[in-house]
Design a protein around this ligand. Structure first.
Ligand SMILES: Nc1ncnc2c1ncn2[C@@H]1O[C@H](COP(=O)(O)OP(=O)(O)OP(=O)(O)O)[C@@H](O)[C@H]1O
Ligand SMILES: [Mg+2]
Length: 362
């Protein structure tokens, strides 16, 4: 249950072609052979549940971007795409690749503002926003999560009933007398706050169209509280419309969650094109912090090959951290808790803690 800052409890591409340097669709490998039998379909299985918890922080799969033959767990078993034991994949993580814990902070702010963007739907933007935010808060960072999607999924994922709220991001965008401090809710996770949204936000997009400086409305909303936080994460809607442009204008960095799936590459190429346009026309400080591979299944050849292609296409921009597909994530969302609270010792929680260290190190 989230509570307001004032202590009052509230229920709360297809691109025409690939950009230069990207492989053409023909180069993208397709797994022609059937996926591994019973272990292949992991949508309903916790891909990480068989992992030994003793593996600790290094349990999250870490990739060697230089070694193209590896592909996160690819081995001799690839030829037949036999289900590679997940333990085997973890055994490949060399200890020295563990990203060190960030130094504790004694003071807070000003915040680094990061947009979580991908115009493709259902790729893990909201899950990554809440999980990364909670993991960063676990490292002593003061984190504000901005629900910038009229679906309000981020608010729901934090146990907030956004439809019962009087004030949301919509009010901040459209009413000059509404102060951001009145809308921010604190959550059950220490150091983690939320700017909630609901369907009202879709009206804001229409209202903003006729305004001067319409792409900078969110930046103006966040300006008064930037010094109070270390990180602000903005969960964007699956489109490249005005709301997403606002998020990109307000941010210094972008994280692109990308489902480890064949068609995902095309969407990321289009998105990088948009980000380049925003950088040249609206926000010269904007840079891509990283591409995050999500919903990865180390037991399928398809996942491993797509991941390898993503690394070839985007190089070091791809985070070492890869998020496995596991049913723990939808379970955590239903429970209204970040994975780091819902299943703190799960491989999913480990992976987002590793991502948090990686983001802080970039
Ligand atoms: N690593 C994962 N493994 C399994 N399921 C996942 C994973 N990450 C996210 N999911 C689930 O996939 C669905 C879509 O995820 P999410 O809502 O985070 O995507 P999104 O990009 O924010 O979607 P949208 O574009 O609609 O906002 C959710 O049901 C979520 O619980
Ligand atoms: Mg979402």
């Amino acid at each position: 249950m989230a509570k307001s800052k004032k202590g009052k409890e509230r229920k709360a591409m297809e691109t025409e072609g690939f950009e230069p340097g990207l492989p053409s669709p023909d180069v993208l490998p397709m797994a022609s052979e059937p996926e591994a039998g019973p272990a292949g379909g992991t949508d309903d299985a916790d891909a990480g549940s068989s992992l030994p918890e003793a593996a600790g922080e290094s349990a999250a799969p870490t990739l060697d971007l230089q070694d193209q033959s590896v592909g996160a767990g690819a081995s001799a078993a690839d030829e037949t795409d036999q289900a590679a034991p997940v333990e085997e994949a973890n055994a490949e993580v060399p200890a020295e690749r563990r990203i060190p814990d960030p130094a504790p902070l004694t003071t807070h702010g000003p915040a680094r503002i990061i947009a979580m963007v991908n115009q493709k739907g259902g790729v893990g933007k909201t899950t990554s926003t809440v999980s990364l935010g909670a993991a960063l808060a676990g490292y002593g960072r003061k984190v504000l999560l901005v629900d910038f999607d009229p679906q309000g999924a981020l608010s729901v994922a934090l146990g907030v009933n956004a439809y019962e709220l009087d004030l949301t991001v919509y009010n901040l965008l459209t009413q000059s007398d509404c102060h951001v401090g009145d809308v921010i809710l604190s959550t059950d996770v220490e150091g983690l706050d939320l700017l909630p949204s609901n369907i009202d936000l879709s009206a804001a997009e229409v209202q903003l169209v006729s305004e001067v400086g319409r792409e900078h409305a969110l930046g103006r909303v966040l300006a008064p509280i930037v010094d109070e936080y270390d990180i602000v994460l903005i969960d964007c809607q699956p489109s490249l419309g005005l709301l997403t442009l606002n998020a990109l204008s307000a941010s210094s960095g972008v994280i692109i969650p990308m489902e480890t799936e064949y068609f995902a590459l095309r969407g990321v190429a289009l998105l990088k094109d948009t980000i380049d346009k925003v950088t040249s026309r609206l926000n010269p400080n904007l840079e891509v912090i990283g591409v995050l591979a999500t919903m990865y299944d180390p037991r399928t050849l398809h996942s491993r090959e797509v991941l390898q292609t993503v690394q070839q296409a985007f190089g070091d921009t791809v985070f070492q951290t890869v998020i496995n597909r596991t049913v723990k994530f939808p379970d955590a969302a239903v429970a209204g808790e970040p994975i780091t609270e819902f299943a703190p010792s799960s491989t999913g929680a480990d992976a987002y803690r590793q991502l948090a260290r990686e983001v802080l190190a970039r």
